[in-house]
Design a protein around this ligand. Structure first.
Ligand SMILES: Cc1cc2nc3c(=O)[nH]c(=O)nc-3n(C[C@H](O)[C@H](O)[C@H](O)COP(=O)(O)OP(=O)(O)OC[C@H]3O[C@@H](n4cnc5c(N)ncnc54)[C@H](O)[C@@H]3O)c2cc1C
Length: 385
């Protein structure tokens, strides 16, 4: 068998987008996953692509680039991707977060994001069911919602049509490193070796041990998140018109707190029901749904949108965001192990950043110039010294 030029580990949105971009460039690629395509974290979130929940900096700049890529995906995959440009409202029940919002709005606009401050009556005009007490909101009309699972599957199918090999149910045990110190492929559980000129690790929150096996450890941890689905008797995609996010969400994302935090997000799904969240907790891979946190999530959502209070609970579930201590993903080549590439640590923004991560990794492997300064995402930045 001829060896692929690149083996990509992990068929979530990040790894699959990377394999797709490699296939578009005519680079022979094998995408390997221990389960199904998009069977990990990618299928478990709200599917939002948001600039509104960020502040100025490299992650926002990458998100702005990534937002443009969603237009391309929309054109290529059409209704399959279920892209809805509904916009987001960052609402402020708390005067302290509201007072800080005008300055952040200016920073977002300077980064190229359309964003307007709206007073309390303006919020109600935009979102009639948001009758809770708020000082105002930041309205970011370009933010969108999509179906990440469907997009990832469409990318995998298109990559396969272009010659990539997609291997599912193939757990990778470790990265193979040659006597010259270069990444040389991967070894599967069971002993099979897949040799390749380069290895991309995109195994989401499970990337840590694989990176370690390649001599490039990362301080990656799972950050647990819990979501709740509420049922509408008559499904209505426009029951809420926007993604609604409590202003305290931004503080929760950027905090390194290990204990459970709750900040409200609420919106309708493409099938006309509601998804309500969310929590953040650093407690390892604990898959249990916490009933007390679920009650807190519901109670807070009802403070903003009281009409959610009587709705029937449909389901609740947990996912694990891949988290790095400086809140930035690791994207790029490892200097410690030549031939090894890292693409992980996107925390709560892996849907927004997955496709653009695939593009920059594949572009770099193909020798193309980077679309922005990627040094803030250097995978070796945590190495001692
Ligand atoms: C509750 C919640 C809500 C979220 N909402 C949003 C949102 O609205 N917007 C947003 O941008 N982001 C959101 N996120 C974050 C986003 O879902 C993740 O950042 C993103 O899915 C990570 O994608 P990934 O491809 O890196 O990882 P994953 O999707 O987890 O994919 C990793 C893959 O690697 C495979 N794998 C692992 N180990 C091995 C191995 N040893 N061998 C072979 N394969 C392996 C797994 O099977 C898996 O398929 C949310 C996350 C959670 C938990």
């Amino acid at each position: 068998m001829t060896h692929p030029e690149v083996v990509v580990v992990g068929a979530g949105i990040v790894g699959t987008a990377t394999a797709w971009e490699l296939a578009l460039r005519g680079i022979t690629t094998m995408l390997v996953d221990r389960g199904e395509v998009s069977g990990g974290t990618t299928g478990l979130g709200e599917g939002n692509v948001l600039c509104s929940d960020k502040d100025a900096g490299p992650e926002l700049d990458l998100t702005v680039l990534g937002m443009g890529l969603y237009d391309e995906l929309d054109e290529r995959f059409g209704e399959v991707a279920r892209i809805r440009r509904k916009g987001a409202l960052i609402v402020h029940p708390d005067a302290r977060t509201w007072d800080a919002e005008p300055a952040r709005a200016r920073r977002l606009r300077a980064a190229g994001v359309a964003a307007q401050l709206v007073d309390a009556p303006g919020v109600r005009a935009l979102e009639p069911r948001l009758t809770g007490d708020v000082h105002g909101a930041l309205h970011v009309p370009g933010d969108l919602q999509c179906d990440p699972r469907a997009i990832t599957r469409a990318l995998a199918a298109d990559a396969a049509n272009r010659g990539a090999t997609v291997r599912t149910h193939a757990p990778v045990e470790r990265v193979l490193v040659g006597s010259d110190g270069r990444a040389a492929g991967v070894r599967l559980a069971g002993g099979e070796e897949i040799l390749a000129g380069a290895v991309v690790l995109a195994a989401g929150p499970w990337t840590g041990p694989l990176a370690e096996s390649a001599g490039a450890p990362l301080p990656l941890e799972p950050r647990k998140g819990q979501l709740l689905r509420l049922r509408l008797d008559r499904p209505d995609e426009r029951w809420l018109r926007h993604k609604i996010v409590d202003g305290s969400y931004l503080l929760s994302v950027s905090s390194a707190e290990a204990g459970a935090q709750v900040s409200t997000v609420v919106e309708t799904t493409w099938d006309g029901h509601l998804v309500v969240g969310s929590t953040r907790e650093r407690c390892g891979f604990d898959p249990a749904v916490d009933a007390a946190l679920e009650a807190a999530v519901r109670e807070r959502a009802a403070r903003l949108v009281p009409a959610t209070a009587p709705l029937e609970r449909d389901d609740a579930w947990v996912g694990f965001r891949p988290w790095l201590p400086d809140h930035r993903p690791a994207i790029g080549a490892s200097d410690r192990t030549p031939g090894l590439w890292l693409a992980t640590g996107h925390e709560g923004a892996g849907i927004a950043l997955g496709p653009i991560t695939g593009r920059v990794i594949a572009g770099a492997i193909a020798g193309e110039p980077a679309p922005m300064d990627l040094s803030p995402f250097a995978p070796d930045r945590f190495a001692p010294g």
